[in-house]
Design a protein around this ligand. Structure first.
Ligand code: C2O
Ligand code: CU
Ligand code: CU
Length: 553
């Protein structure tokens, strides 16, 4: 993973967070970057503690497959209703969800796994709201006072001056005022709670909620802190898509386990600096279970998928060679269904899919990612004569393209991997800037901007903007060496339009290596301070995350 690209940024004018927050005393123990793949270097959390011997790893491939039924999270019920703050006289639902430690049986042949959860299950309970009708959620932090995963106190915002266990919930993709968005620094500790108002003024789609606490988001998330949030609307209802038992959420994520069934979060092996740049789990959970099966009728089903991995990209397909029919993306329905032989899904991206089992009575089909087997569908026999393929809707929802002529500004932003010359620590940065530097992206409310993401690294970075939905314009190949060494942009090919599955409303986009990825965004809804970041959570922590501020025009 150490490549020439890590050394390329010019010296930074502003000291890094780790130095200015913690002084230079920490610099000496941050050695060269080590890539934490697999089980190498599994170690203890505390910087001063002696290294515990690593536990033997679990080899998931040795486990029996498809012996556990798919878990489907419960729909959360409101506990009461309260007046809508914006519309007196209107009552809106009030939910309470407690974050707490729990035990999850991820597989029949494994002991229960300690996890952190919303409401005691992983994924947490599913919220279902109506577009235009607000909701309150009280997020109660009932977690233990100590973390069970390895905190790196050098990481921005995770110093020894703050409690180890901190949480703040973000509803990913929600159009909410800044105080409801879960700003990473607005965390709170165990025993505290926060009531958050969600106006839900946006189109039907599947959002998801997850922890966003500064400096430990990747750990809280790895521990199990995520769940789903459906926005429904009339336009979606009119399509008559499969619902109830035939609309099923699928939350995918990779993890590493020890042979005793406990989660392993890999560490660098460097004393006092456990952060790793990437997680590559060999256990692939679907709704928190390993190799589950799911009984379906010979009928049309709708699957709502999210990739909740810290860093892995999935490439989904069916074992019978039939295409997946994608009908929606992060921020709602596509214009029309698109059949895809393979569907890439990067961290935080969502896909709304139809799978037609009508002609498959009595068969089994696997959901795969390349050669990985994720989930087995068992199609029931059904009664009567064999069924014909289900009819699919022809049109879903009109999506007007944002005209690039309406953009008032184009921002060119680099995605960097950076080796600090003094500390020999690797950082990932957006536009060469650290989290604590002054806000540089200050779009005017109501205006349209084009953001060009210039990827100077050799990784794909799923880039996410809070508050907004956007459209992918194109990706264009360029010469990264010319850009970095000679300071000039030389394109090496024509811009490629979005693939059919990403040609809709997005909130997270894959910025591929060697590409300039252009998105077009209207900054609307609310003014105030939000964040944009890479949704590879190890990257975001160190420090591929920046504030942006929508300012009143
Ligand atoms: Cu999934 Cu900053 O969010
Ligand atoms: Cu988000
Ligand atoms: Cu990244």
């Amino acid at each position: 993973m150490l490549t020439r690209r890590h050394f390329l940024l010019a010296a930074l004018a502003v000291p890094s967070c780790r130095r200015h927050r913690h002084g230079s005393a920490h610099a000496h123990d941050a050695g060269p970057h080590a890539h934490g793949a697999g089980h190498a270097g599994v170690g203890p959390a505390a910087s001063a503690a002696p290294a515990a011997p690593p536990k033997p790893p679990l080899h998931p491939d040795a486990l029996a497959r498809f012996v556990d039924p798919l878990f489907v999270p419960e729909i959360q019920r409101p506990i009461e209703s309260r007046p809508d703050p914006g519309r007196p006289g209107v009552q809106i639902p009030y939910y309470r969800i407690a974050m707490r430690e729990t035990e999850v049986r991820v597989h029949r042949d494994l002991p229960p796994t300690r996890m952190w959860s919303y409401g005691g299950t992983v994924p947490g309970p599913t919220l279902e709201v109506r577009s235009g009708r607000g909701a309150f959620i009280e997020w109660q932090n009932d977690l233990p006072g100590e973390h069970f995963l390895p905190i790196d106190h050098n990481i921005c915002g995770a110093g020894t001056d703050v409690p180890d266990v901190r949480t703040i919930v973000h509803v990913h993709g929600a159009r909410v005022p800044p105080e409801s968005d879960g700003y990473p620094e607005h965390w709170y500790g165990s025993g505290q709670s926060k009531v958050v108002h969600y106006p839900n003024r946006q189109d039907a789609t599947m959002l998801w909620y997850h922890d966003h606490a500064m400096g430990i988001e990747r750990l809280n998330h790895y521990a199990g802190m995520f769940g789903l949030y459906f926005v429904r609307d009339d336009a979606e209802d009119r399509l008559g898509l499969p619902k109830g038992a035939r609309e099923v959420p699928l939350v995918l994520c990779d993890r590493l386990f020890a042979a005793d069934g406990q989660l392993v979060y890999p560490t660098s092996g460097l004393p006092g600096a456990p952060w790793v740049s990437e997680i590559n789990g060999d256990a692939h959970l679907v709704n928190g279970r390993l190799f589950p099966y799911f009984d379906v009728a010979p009928a049309l089903y709708r699957f709502r998928m999210v990739n909740a991995s810290n860093g892995r990209v999935y490439y989904l397909s069916l074992s019978n060679g039939k295409p997946l029919v994608q009908i929606g993306t992060d921020q709602g329905l596509l214009r029309a269904p698109v059949p895809l032989p393979s569907l890439p899904l990067a961290p935080a991206e969502r896909a709304d899919l139809l799978i037609d089992f009508s002609e498959l009575a009595g068969e089994t089909v696997l959901l795969k990612s390349q050669t990985l087997q994720l989930l087995q569908f068992r199609v029931g026999k059904g009664a009567g004569a064999p069924k014909k393929a289900a009819a699919l809707p022809r049109a879903l929802r009109p999506i007007a393209r944002i005209d690039r002529k309406t953009a008032v500004k184009t921002r060119t932003m680099t995605l960097n991997e950076y080796m600090d010359p003094k500390t020999h620590t690797m950082l990932m940065l957006l536009n060469g800037k650290h989290w604590h530097e002054p806000v540089t992206e200050t779009p005017l409310a109501g205006t349209v901007e084009i953001w060009e993401l210039v990827n100077l690294t050799e990784d794909t970075h799923p880039i996410h903007l809070h508050l907004v939905r956007f459209q992918l314009l194109e990706r264009q190949p360029f010469d990264a060496d010319d850009y970095q060494y000679l300071g000039k942009m030389r394109y090496t090919g024509e811009p490629a339009p979005p693939g059919p599955g990403e040609d809709g409303w997005k909130d997270t986009v894959r910025a591929d290596p060697g590409m300039v990825t252009r998105i077009i965004v209207r900054f609307e809804g609310y003014t105030g301070r939000y964040v944009w970041h890479c949704h590879n959570l190890e990257h975001a922590a160190n420090e591929m995350m920046r504030p942006f501020e929508v300012v009143a025009g």
